[in-house]
Design a protein. Structure first.
Length: 439
């Protein structure tokens, strides 16, 4: 009788939380909470953990509500004991059902995909937390759902958090991550630029604020230097680097997906870009863009002229993708032209995420080098046991290595744990960016 009773209490706990949210005027949150118990039908390990966490947090909500309602009753001189007992019972039922779902006894019932239940749950929670924070802090409705149907942002958050959980589970198998990464990246880029095109065609709600900015990565650094303001993208980029090092350039950059697609149209065996270009080519572009932005500002050049110059730089970059990346089979734009790529690589060195080669397992077969489109795995790099500066932690080499000699590393974590944590962060950020990244 224990299992049916606890499942009933779990469903009841969600329904009561949904009713409380509806009473507060949050119909979208009520709908999301009412839909969550449906996840339990999947028997997925992550479903029980997500549901259990929500119920435990819900117990805290009932404590807060109880204190508030009892305080109101006391202030009005009304009876409060019965109300306090009812809310205490609801709180205990929610807490008990949540702890049961989080405990060992529920594991046998929710046995599907248990190997990835922790990464999936963490990705769900992190993506939801980032989106809830963005929704609460933004001065404009940051989620599209809220713009077209006020209050429905909670349902978008639920959908994107589920997407993050699915990604985290799929990414855990190295070959699957290698296969999915370019597709997920291309989807993000398509959504990003699709919203921009539709916004320019008149659907203003698809734009973030209506104030257009050129989607050229170099402007993340050069734009604020010219304007003297507008640090949003620079802060977002820096925060991403703080979480996942240079992986912005292989998972989250809206333009980088184009370069990846062009490189995959080239030869199956990439022809690497010279290390001289990967450093000095991008350094030169950084000096030209940032120095040029400062010079234009000091000379008093108007914004329209500056925008045309920036657009020209962006078109040159697209030309590099279409011609050089396609011809060589490597991401020449990202590794030899884009200044933000260099900044990401350099700042990424301050963050301890790394890809390393176990030389005891490595046979020097070169499979990893053939999978790398960032020119980061020359014979010398393989012999040294670590990729070169252009490495963006994309993980293609990890998924391609037939000897399991390639690993993600983080101080204090086992290789498998480091990889799981890193890809969980990537999955959560990918889902959050899909929801909020717009012009």
């Amino acid at each position: 009788m224990t299992t049916p009773l606890m499942l009933f209490l779990a469903v009841l706990g969600h329904v009561l939380l949904a009713a409380h949210a509806l009473r507060q005027g949050e119909w979208g949150l009520a709908a999301a909470l009412a839909a969550l118990p449906l996840l339990l039908l999947t028997r997925l390990g992550a479903a029980r953990l997500v549901s259990g966490l929500v119920l435990v947090l819900g117990a805290l909500v009932w404590v807060q509500a109880g204190l508030s309602f009892v305080g109101m009753r006391l202030a009005l001189g009304q009876d409060w004991l019965r109300l306090a007992l009812i809310l205490a019972a609801v709180m205990l039922a929610s807490l008990g059902a949540g702890l049961w779902l989080l405990g060992r006894r529920a594991q046998e019932l929710f046995h599907r995909n248990r190997a990835v239940e922790l990464p999936q749950t963490a990705a769900f929670a992190l993506a939801a937390g980032l989106l809830i924070t963005a929704r609460a802090k933004a001065s404009v409705p940051v989620l599209l759902a809220d713009r077209f149907l006020p209050g429905s942002g909670w349902l978008e958050i639920l959908a994107l958090a589920l997407y993050a959980a699915w990604l985290a589970g799929a990414f855990m198998a190295p070959p699957r991550h290698r296969e999915l990464r370019p597709r997920v990246w291309a989807l993000f880029s398509a959504v990003f630029f699709g919203q921009l095109v539709l916004g320019l065609l008149g659907l203003q709600d698809l734009l973030m604020t209506g104030r257009l900015h050129l989607p050229v990565p170099a402007l993340i650094a050069a734009g604020p230097l010219f304007r003297g303001s507008g640090l949003f993208m620079a802060i977002l980029f820096s925060a991403t680097v703080l979480f996942v090092g240079p992986a912005w350039c292989s998972h989250l950059c809206y333009i980088g997906a184009w370069d990846d697609a062009c490189s995959r149209l080239g030869p199956k065996v990439p022809r690497p870009v010279s290390p001289r270009w990967t450093l000095w080519g991008r350094f030169t572009a950084l000096v030209l863009t940032c120095g040029g932005a400062l010079a234009l500002r000091l000379l008093g050049v108007d914004g329209l002229t500056a925008a045309w110059l920036a657009a020209g730089f962006g078109l040159v970059g697209v030309g590099v993708m279409l011609v050089v990346s396609r011809r060589l089979g490597v991401m020449a734009h990202c590794t030899a032209f884009c200044p933000i790529g260099l900044i990401g690589n350099v700042l990424g060195r301050l963050i301890p995420w790394r890809v390393r080669i176990d030389r005891a397992l490595c046979t020097r077969c070169g499979t990893c080098a053939r999978a790398c489109r960032y020119s980061a795995l020359s014979d010398q790099d393989i012999e040294a046991g670590k990729p070169a500066l252009p490495c963006t932690l994309c993980g293609d080499c990890v998924g391609a290595c037939p000897h399991e000699a390639m690993h993600y590393r983080f101080p204090g974590l086992a290789n498998a744990t480091a990889r799981a944590v890193f890809l969980t962060l990537i999955a959560a950020l990918s889902a959050a960016f899909l929801g909020v990244a717009r012009i």
